[in-house]
Design a binder for this molecule. Sequence first.
Ligand SMILES: [Fe+2]
Length: 501
Amino acid sequence: MPKLTKLTKTLATVCLAAALLLSQSAPVDETFLEKPYLQLGDAPQLASKESLVLLWHTDNKPADWAVEVRTSKDSNWRRMEAPSARKVSAPKGPPAVAGVNGAKKNDEGSPAIAPHLVYRATMTNLVPGKDFSYRVLKDGKSVFESNARARKAAGQAYRFVLFGDCAEGTPASKAVAYQASLAKPDFIFVPGDIVYSAGRISEYRTKFFPVYNSDTAAADRGAPLLRSIPFIASPGNHDTALANYRRFPDALAYFLYWDQPLNGPMTAAGTAKLAHSLEGNPEAQPGFLESAKPRYPRMANFSFDYGNSHWVVLDANTYMDWNEPALRDWLSKDLSAAKSAVFRFVAFHQPGFNSAKSHFNEQYMRSLAPIFEAEHVDIVFAGHVHNYQRSFPMTFVPKPQPDGKLKGPGGQVAGDWTLDHDFADGAKGKPRGVIYIVSGAGGANLYNPEQEANPVSWQPFTNKFISQVHSMSVVDIRGKTLRMRQVSDTGKDVDAFRLVK
Ligand SMILES: [Fe+2]
């Protein structure tokens, strides 16, 4: 027996060595630069035949690509319309000056991004709420397969997960992604600061796709979310405002890699403070504009329906002026047109109501509170502040500054609030006012952990303040009942409430 054990051990060692050798010499999968991921596409409204957009990235070599869909293992694969492709590239950025914009000594600057292709296929004729499989074929051979679910109709229960300030390459980013996969949501919403530190192509490749489209699900790795669950997002300051296009020609990847509704209020860049302005690096601009067309800059603001809810997604960066009558008018009309929606949500990056010392003065989005109240918005979701905060249901009357404007020089907005202290966790009745959520603990370093146990440091409108753990919002909607839990990166509920219409 001892001899046999020794032989077994020797065999096991040989097998292990052979396996290691094989794995090291196995050819790298060069089919995709980024594996397929789901997007809502320019489909803001529910339809009896739903669609979803599938994107994937490849090198610049042409190939014959196709996408097929089936609703069960017994049914035939259905071929979709041929995918389109657009080329994306970026020139090398200038050498950085040490000490400027965080650049270090000997910083070579932004690397050139080799030309690559972003393929786009629309998966059509999907049955609302029904699971389906899709496969991607290259030159006639299936090279990728996954499951997905069509958008839910107004009468169907659904779940979404929401977290902001996420792809920073931290262990917490991966842990939150893993928890999101355990929650099995119908879609995931990211209220900005999607990718740090400047929303660049090179950063998407290292911090976003490997975590949220990981081949395996694990707390220290991330999860294969993007291939089976649509992500929807609003841009944060790190995605567009801090893009520093002059230094990083591979910035603004939000407009290159996301595919969302184009029903927002603007059509031209830099128009009367209504949109992001593309500054610097004239060498990079024509290529970017061609690749980003028609998403730049319109895709920064949009609205969509999911189940019985209507969502308005806003760009809250400082280059926008939400006191501009044309923008306020668009917001009012969009919300008011959603007459059949049971729930109305608004999502953007910089919160108007925030108790953290970080970003405290950036209150300018408060000026939209009267519109949210008049149009019966239920919850406003934000990020930017890297923790979790829930307000009491509230109304707010802004007071103009001495110069007649609502926004003060530091971003402050004065005014009077009325708070509904009776609502608590929603068990006793309906909220009187709008609930403001900050859910910016999706992965980046936490802000103001010292304030969690010090309610005296909170503003009067804050009901819950969780800043010692990373977390995500998990929201379930069934008919007129909404249940929301705030779930930590280890799966613990740190807050919960109910909202019944
Ligand atoms: Fe931010």
